[in-house]
Design a binder for this molecule. Structure first.
Ligand code: WAQ
Ligand code: MG
Length: 247
């Protein structure tokens, strides 16, 4: 699902502002329920009322690849300043330089939000995504039923927004499973969702509360990529390879 609105009322204005997106892997019998759920999500989104909602359904031609979920850890953090310190420390530990970290923060704090993620070269800090306005949209990702049930139970007990965390963990587990990805940093672009995360094979899925203040509209995702990565193959994996997280 992809929901957007035009930047202004002018007829000739074709520039679209991203409101909401969602994707998943589902059995045929679930399609109608999911369409309803995604449409509702778009219609009552905190980023505003969309004037276009696009729903796409595709049949999978291959069996999804199974990947393990990252372990979930919630850190203590009471302000955006502290959150950015935590992210910096983790990235420095992984050998990412201050200059590169600055580029990461610039993307995440930009007023211009993207539909997808920015890919940043770990050595040079250069942005590698072919379309900087759109970014790379991770798709064809799902979660096995039994894992989903136990995860939602566990998350509900933790008093967190189970649906949001489940979807983010699914995405982060797919992204970090690729050998060319060093880490992912995420801030929601929803004004009322203030917990972000940094995820990697090395540290797992680290939830960071208060990474932004209530009401702020910025947000985004950055994937930090090994310098010798084959970018075309990596994007193909992120966008097209069906993956399902399961234990
Ligand atoms: N592929 C790539 N980038 C994406 C995708 C995707 N499928 N979906 C969203 N993004 C990017 C895009 O730039 C958005 O602006 C940004 O991420 C934020 O998306 O454990 O809700 O859907 O409590 O607003 C984190 C949960 C929730 C943390 C993140 O992101 C926790 C969230 P949102
Ligand atoms: Mg959002």
């Amino acid at each position: 699902m992809r929901a957007s609105k035009k930047e202004s009322e002018r007829l000739e204005d074709t520039h679209e502002i991203h409101i909401s997106g969602a994707e998943g892997l589902y059995d045929e019998k679930e399609i109608l329920r999911i369409l309803r759920q995604f449409t509702k999500r778009a219609l009552i989104h905190p980023r505003g009322k969309p004037d276009k909602i696009v729903l796409t359904i595709e049949r999978l031609r291959e069996k999804p690849k199974k990947i393990k979920p990252l372990p979930i850890i919630t850190l203590h953090c009471d302000s955006p300043d502290r959150a950015f310190k935590i992210v910096s420390e983790k990235l420095l530990e992984m050998g990412v330089t201050k200059r590169v970290i600055e580029n990461v923060f610039n993307v995440l704090l930009s007023k211009k939000t993207m539909r997808g993620a920015s890919l940043i070269d770990a050595k040079t800090g250069k942005r590698l995504e072919p379309d900087r306005e759109r970014g790379v949209r991770v798709s064809r990702l799902g979660i096995e039923k039994s894992l989903e049930e136990s995860l939602v139970k566990k998350l509900s007990k933790m008093k967190v927004h189970a649906q949001t965390v489940k979807e983010a963990l699914t995405l982060a587990s797919k992204v970090s499973s690729h050998p060319d990805v060093i880490a992912e940093i995420c801030i929601s672009d929803d004004p009322d969702y203030t917990t972000g995360y940094i995820a990697s094979k090395k540290f797992g899925y680290l939830r960071i509360p208060n990474i932004k203040r209530h009401g702020e509209n910025h947000g985004g995702r950055v994937f930090i990529i090994k310098e010798d990565a084959d970018i075309k193959k990596l994007i193909e994996f992120l966008e097209k390879k069906p993956t399902i997280i399961s234990i």
